[in-house]
Design a protein around this ligand. Structure first.
Ligand code: NDP
Length: 325
């Protein structure tokens, strides 16, 4: 199939997801007010039709404002834009799921989101704090019942608040738990997980493809390398010699090659940039093609090493990354 900037991947529920989206996570302490708004506007002007966000990112107000302003000026219609929101770990109890989604909708001033995903398979104690902790600074977990949370997600789709439902950071066992749930009404259409040339996820990709679940690759450029949450033992992806040499051959940048590698494997990419030139650069991945030999060479860079390990929560009973995949 020829890949174009308008390319979408069909979802198992009849909807579709654009192959590239703009990631919108940036540390709120290091970001100036208005940056998310400007970035989303530039992205939509550039041709992006998919925006990845979350309540946790604390900027859904600006993201929503940018989407609405691009609808108001006629650049796009609401139907053209695909917004993915996320259910945070403190909202897993079923009675909190719909209020969480409604909070996102109110903040963004939207009637629905296109995709709503369970951000992580681990529940935290509900309350005002996103990261509840005890007096020793230890995160306070909460009983996790992924099937019960999923049923509350299904009710949100039935109520018309969301078009498609998915998950994020789920391993194979956790996906199977949902897929095999008695009385399952809506299957997860996607699993958003870390994916890039240093962490290529071949087994999880193949499992998801067998089950009709689209893989969405987060941190596709190797993250911002913020030491507060990124595993810096994994070297900077965009400085990889092989990616640089393949990029030179195509007159492209290592970032464009890394993104192209994923989309050629059928993986949706959501690179984050709040810099106009790079927002545009990351979108220019539809005018070249990596050969089979190049794809194999890039696949060979896989280190099976995550940038996003979330090890502070590794003693949670549902910590997803103990399993091989
Ligand atoms: P990315 O891999 O997208 O990298 C972002 C970093 O790369 C930023 O520092 C950005 O800087 C820089 N950058 C962007 N484009 C280029 C380029 N062309 N050349 C060089 N540097 C570039 O990291 P993220 O971890 O942010 O992942 C992307 C998105 O995935 C997030 O924003 C979020 O939406 C989602 N995500 C989801 C997670 C989950 O658990 N579900 C976990 C992590 C991320 P600058 O802005 O200055 O351009």
């Amino acid at each position: 199939m020829e890949l174009t900037s308008k390319c979408c991947i069909p979802l198992s529920d009849g909807n579709k997801i654009p192959l590239i989206g703009l990631g919108t996570y940036a540390d709120p302490c290091k970001t100036t007010k208005g940056d998310s708004y400007e970035a989303v506007k530039v992205a939509i002007e550039t041709g992006y039709r998919h925006i990845d966000g979350a309540m946790l990112y604390m900027n859904e107000d600006e993201v929503g404002q940018a989407i609405r302003s691009k609808i108001a000026d006629g650049t796009v219609t609401r139907d053209d834009v695909f917004y993915c929101g996320k259910l945070w770990n403190t909202f897993h109890p079923p009675h909190l799921v719909r209020p969480a989604l409604e909070r996102t909708l109110e903040t963004m001033k939207l009637d629905y989101v296109d995709l709503y995903i369970v951000e992580m398979p681990i529940a935290f104690k509900p309350g005002d704090a996103f990261y509840p902790h005890d007096e020793n600074g230890k995160c306070i977990y909460h009983e996790t019942d992924l099937c019960a949370t999923w049923e509350a997600m299904e009710a949100c789709k039935d109520a018309g608040l969301v078009k498609s439902l998915g998950v994020s950071n789920f391993n194979k066992r956790q996906l199977e738990l949902i897929l095999n749930k008695p009385g399952l009404k809506h299957k997860p259409v996607s699993n958003q997980v870390e994916c890039h040339p240093y962490f290529t996820q071949p087994e999880l990709l193949s499992f998801c493809q067998q089950k009709g679940i689209v893989m969405v690759g987060y941190s596709p450029l190797g993250t911002s390398r913020d030491p507060s949450w990124v595993n810096l033992k994994c070297p900077p992806l965009l400085e990889d010699e092989m990616l640089i040499s393949i990029a030179q051959k195509h007159n492209k940048t290592p970032a464009q090659v890394a993104l192209r590698f994923n989309i050629q494997r059928g993986i949706v990419v959501i690179p984050k940039s709040f810099t106009s030139a790079r927002i545009k650069e990351n979108f220019e991945i539809f005018d070249f093609c990596l050969s089979e030999a190049e794809m194999e060479k890039i696949q060979g860079l896989n280190k099976n090493l995550r940038f996003v390990q979330l090890r502070m929560w590794e003693d949670h009973p549902e910590y997803p990354f103990h399993d091989d995949y």
